[in-house]
Design a protein around this ligand. Sequence first.
Ligand code: ADP
Length: 332
Amino acid sequence: MRDGVPSAAGPATPAPVISQDIGALRQRLLSQFHIAFALMSIIPLLLCCYLITVKFFSLSILAGLNGMYFLLAVVFAILGLLVGQFLIRRVMRQLVTTNEKLEAFHQMQAAFVSNVAHELRSPLTVVKGALDNLADGLHGPVSTDQMEPIAMSQREINRLKRLVGDLLDVARIEAGKMRLVRTEVDLRECLNAVAKSFEGMLKQRGLSVDVDMPASPVRIIGDQDRLSQVFINLVMNAIKFTKQGGIRLRLSSDAEDAQVEVVDTGRGIPAEDLERIFDKFERVGSDDQEGSGLGLPIAKAIVELHHGRMWAESRLDSGSRFIVRLPHTQPT
Ligand code: ADP
């Protein structure tokens, strides 16, 4: 995962201003309610008019005991409507207030996570630097016995750094502050570079790799680093969850979109979990692999910032296919 602040400022993605959204939602709910209530009120009024003018053709029905019952019925109907209106309004106000409170709580939580992640970033970088220097023998020779705990600490620090990077990405996405540095990107080049970076790991795990690319470049407008982050996450997952067989990277293109597929022969994902895996902190199946459950939601958000789509198809114990569709050009 890429950590730190994006390298350069690009066109800002509009931030979802949540309080404005809630205000608009409240207005919309209230006006919908007024329309619905007006429509509801028209029905008994029309009925009265109909009874008076069409059915009985005279006001004589208002006379005598029957007239009193009729008027009482009308009064009760109107009272019922008014009480109904009052109750529905109150329930709606409570719903909107609860929503506002939840949203405020969610924003506080997101700000807290973001602050903690920011605070952790610098000390982690310092500790990692110190450990790397130790391992490289900068502070004197390191014995094999000493190397073991150093290597273990390096692994854990790298894991923590990845987690902190993911938390910062989630915080940026949720605040609408993830900025894309848009340039012309050749997806063929990008995917080949990703495949190459995993060659060693694939070999080590005895997995085959099949890269299926068109003969000519497939260009889109996008953020090269962020797109690489998406493909790295997909390939990393494919390797993580595949014990035997291999992975396949396929790139194709039509007039509107480029399509990237990452296919594996791994453990697969149950059909009922296919949507869930794109939610934050969701992990399915046995918990035998390291991971935070943030990679896919971040990848999906990045694809959507590119006005693309991402989804998964899978069969349990047969493998999975992750598909990313990206438009060649961004809508203006
Ligand atoms: P993690 O860091 O835990 O891998 P992700 O968001 O990348 O987080 O993935 C979420 C979950 O989706 C994983 O924990 C795993 O259960 C499931 N998953 C993702 N990719 C695959 C895959 N290729 N095969 C099987 N399961 C997968």
